[in-house]
Design a protein. Sequence first.
Length: 160
Amino acid sequence: MEITTATLADLDALAAIEAACFPAAEAAAREEIEERLRVYAAHFYIAREKGAAIGFIDGMVTDEKDLLDELYADAARHDEKGAWQMIFGLNTLPAYRRRGVAAALIEVLCAAARAQGRRGVVLTCKERLLPYYAKFGFVDEGVSDSTHGGVVWHQMRLTF
């Protein structure tokens, strides 16, 4: 498996992965992924196996301490000098799950954020995933104010 930063050339593959991994109400639209790539591709990591895209992780950098819903749809709020690396999505195609793809993507993003001098990494997840992210050092801060996709999200934070 190889992990690199994504480019606009990866857009179709990324949109297909997003659609396969999230319900429509929660998934980023192709146009949102495209805008994210245009603004902060350096914070968009893609995993490939034998050249084929199999997963990705992305998120903007901001001085906002919490992952607010409005950040998802407004790539212009990215601040390359921001203190916090957000994670908007961690996606692995179903056929490649339970092979360490997601873990490798998390580790690459967190290592990059640490090397860039960020204060830490913030994500939101469903309650069933709290133990998974805790394995990487993320701490549950409780139920988020997020109403993204009409579901309940917990905010988790990894502080360096």
